[in-house]
Design a protein around this ligand. Structure first.
Ligand code: SER
Length: 318
């Protein structure tokens, strides 16, 4: 079975590539990204995810059956050029839904986000089905993508599967252009012994998840039998929630000198419209989702991995 990952060099794409290659073998997982590959990858194509023809060509020539569409302009960056971000985010998903509708691929994974929620969404334990009134371009595009995914499933039987990722915390690849990026940045500043100026308010609570759980969920939802995927828009997914202050406190347990200053900017306004915590009962019930990493374990994993692989000069005691 051959798989294509579009946006394979991003925060989630890099780890998904590694995981799927472990599972299916190197040559079975074809990768693309708009940026050059950072590793020597003989199965990599550099292309723009909106280039439908190029993607169709790869699918045909490589005999691709499943696609993971990880390319998107994230929430903060999308606010800087709204129309272009809308076009990119929507075009990529439409192109892939159309490719799936024509029967050229068998299955499509496309991530949605907590950004589909908005100022009138209940903030605590946000239900699967609730008010969705996003006021960011990114959120609007994810919500529209969810509606179209369900439409393509209902009308054309397209096997599309999706998760509403919370903020993803990872050590291998940095996120870029997101509102939740601060959580990853904090670790790097702490390890470099630098002060971090946080653009989110100290008590702004957001749902987050360690990368390994996000990858496991992605693989699990794609592996589940089609009949158990009863939601074809996108599944709520949760692990833990945190505020910048709590995260800074958790890091300080290992790096006591770490100092954070708060200067909230436009991204705080985005964060304020997103949930504090998420009800993911449907994902747990339908395809047995269960996170393995809580807040403390995530902090430990981040510091262990970053100090071992990226900051070898730092010695921490765990
Ligand atoms: N992590 C994303 C962002 O902050 C949310 O999906 O934009």
């Amino acid at each position: 079975m051959k798989t294509l990952i579009i946006g394979a060099n991003g925060q989630i794409g890099t780890e998904l590539t590694r995981k799927l290659r472990e599972k299916y073998g190197l040559a079975q997982v074809i990768t693309t990204d708009i940026r050059e590959s950072r590793i020597d990858d003989p199965y990599f194509y550099q292309l723009d995810a909106t280039d439908k023809e190029a993607i169709e060509k790869i699918i045909a020539e490589e005999g691709i059956e499943e696609v993971y569409l990880m390319a998107a302009i994230l929430s903060a960056k999308a606010e800087q050029f709204p129309l272009r971000a809308w076009q990119i985010n929507m075009n990529v998903v439409f192109n892939l839904l159309e490719i799936a509708r024509s029967g050229k691929i068998r299955k499509l994974f496309w991530p949605s986000s907590i950004a589909v929620f908005g100022p009138h969404t209940p903030k605590k334990n946000t239900p699967q089905f609730t008010v969705t009134d996003p006021d960011t371009v990114y959120g609007i595009s994810k919500l529209a993508g969810e509606r179209w995914s369900e439409y393509y499933y209902e009308k054309y039987g397209v096997d599309v599967r999706s998760i509403r990722y919370p903020g993803i915390i990872s050590w291998k690849t940095l996120p870029g252009g997101g509102t939740t990026d601060y959580a990853v940045e904090m670790f790097h500043y702490a390890l470099r012994g630098e002060k971090y100026v946080c653009y989110i308010a100290p008590d702004e609570r957001l749902p987050m998840m360690y990368i390994d759980d996000a990858i496991q969920a992605t693989v699990d939802i794609m592996d589940a039998p089609a009949e158990s995927i009863r939601i074809r828009s996108s599944y709520n997914l949760a692990a833990f929630s945190l505020t910048p202050q709590e995260l800074a406190g958790g890091i300080k347990r290992y790096i006591p000198g770490f100092h954070v200053e708060f200067k909230p900017d436009y991204r705080q306004k985005i964060a304020a419209t997103w949930p504090d915590s998420i009800d993911d009962t449907a994902a747990r019930k339908d395809w047995n989702w269960k996170p393995l990493f809580n807040l403390d374990e995530m902090i430990r994993q981040m510091l262990v991995n970053l100090s071992e692989h990226q900051y070898p000069e730092i010695e921490l005691t765990f």
